[in-house]
Design a protein around this ligand. Sequence first.
Ligand code: IFM
Length: 458
Amino acid sequence: MSDLFLTFPRDFIWGAATAAYQIEGAVNEDGRGPSIWDTFSHTPGKIFNDDTGDVADDHYHRWKDDIALIASLGLGAYRFSIAWSRVLPQGKGTVNGRGLDFYDRLVDGLLANKVQPWVTLYHWDLPQALQDEGGWSNRQTADYFADYARITVQRLGDRVKHWITLNEPYVSSFLGHHTGVHAPGIRNIETALEVAHHLHLAHGLAVEAIRSAAPKTTQVGITLNLHSIHPASQSEADLQAARRFDGIQNRLFLDPISKGSYPQDLIDFFGRRFPSIGPDDMHIIQAPVDFLGVNNYFRFVIQNDPDDPDLRLREIFLKEREYTEMWEIYPPGIYEVLTRVWKDYGPAKMYITENGCAVPDGIDADGRVRDYRRTRFLRDHLFQCYRAIGDGVPLKGYFVWSLMDNFEWAYGYAKRFGITYIDYSSQKRTLKDSGAWYSRLARANGFDLNETEPFFPR
Ligand code: IFM
């Protein structure tokens, strides 16, 4: 073994992540109700190529193969999400037993293969019936979410030891209700802020619901997408713009759950546009969690922009940098996020619940997918995670996004994040070179910095 072999702490968890609407398909089966993503993806012009999640990776039918794939990689954990509208087709009221049965089988199958299920309760697919009552702008949706959490945990909580309430509430609130590029496609910053508050309430209520329904040792957390944010220049205006954006992207979500308050600079900036907060709200929202999940992909470079009506800023793209199909590659960003969150908020445990990239790839004539850039991306980000652990950050695990190519929301199937290639016409799964590398890393609990490109011929 080379002296540059980086070994991660004993018990470090290596996993892969997915989400229901992105992989399951089978949208009309076994009593599932429609979600806002069915409505949105079926609205012409909303998704690249008008793709939908109707079939996706057909995981609903191929789950046994997918579990076998995860087990074959030597991963200790699999993070997936539950479709609320499979459990409660109307979002509330009558429980659909067949929906829960599916996840029951999945959980048992994972455990039989020594893979720990990590369950996200909400990965953006609100039941359409609740959207029809106002969706997340309706405060009652938070109560319905807690009911759904309780019902689901009552069924699976004897076996699932890790629950994540929400995935990336920033995205649900701002991409869904400010920029409108995600379901339900609303464009109003005040609505987005109100939705963020209701999502926080939903989280807090669900934490209590999960704890009341689950064994004492159950671990409950939330996953936030957090970013390193850099000013475009050292001008006062850019520095302030970057601080504002850090408020919206990071602190608007970290502060309430960890400190029980909203950032004062944002309250001041938005004035009357900031939502009204009920007397007990912050207490509910601050329900103690066992861990913080961090999704991290890229950094933002932010410039002041007086012409932006809502936030007075814009993102800029530095020419000299390397980009994936979607974002800049900036590995130190994950280190900056981990160390900053630890310093400012002191979570007991952190997990990278998503990290990965979309780069063009495809199957070569010999059947291999030589996605070297993805392997390099993962290696460089894991090196930064290793550095953070060395500094004392309580990082306990890492989940690659994603186990397999899937429906990438507004981009449809055009972007591939998987360590497994999906041929959407045959649904054949092919492990990419990055997947083989990740599997070796998981089994060895570390990797060799001496390994050079092109990565590791099989
Ligand atoms: O595919 C998404 C996932 O659903 C949430 N986090 C970011 C990923 C890549 O965009």
